[in-house]
Design a protein around this ligand. Structure first.
Ligand SMILES: C[C@H](O)[C@H](O)[C@H]1CNC2=NC(N)=NC(=O)C2=N1
Length: 96
């Protein structure tokens, strides 16, 4: 059973993940990624999709041409959990 982050851990995570915004209505983190063109954006989505399958943790996301808006929250926990933090870190690592 995955639990949501407690307040202290949430604050620490948000502090560290300073490229992400906090959506308090969803208890989620969001970030907009902008690429040179659609092909680059979709390539990013493809890599994140493979990561999501490997982690069994999937983003809520949308794509408009060169933009990818990503929202991370844990449905099974009803909010932000360590899995979202791990995925944010893994996405960061993808970007190099
Ligand atoms: C059955 C499967 O393991 C679960 O549904 C996983 C899949 N991916 C998931 N992704 C996210 N964001 N939250 C979840 O709770 C979740 N649960």
């Amino acid at each position: 059973m995955i639990e949501p982050l407690n307040d202290e851990d949430r604050i620490d995570a948000l502090d560290r993940l300073d490229e992400w915004d906090y959506d308090d209505a969803r208890d989620a983190i969001t970030r907009r990624f902008v690429f040179d063109d659609f092909s680059a954006a979709f390539g990013f989505m493809t890599r994140v999709a493979l990561l999501a399958e490997k982690m069994d943790h999937h983003p809520e996301w949308s794509n408009v041409w060169n933009r990818v808006d990503v929202l991370l929250t844990t449905h099974d926990a009803g909010g932000l959990s360590s899995r979202d933090v791990a995925m944010a870190d893994a996405i960061e690592a993808l970007l190099g």
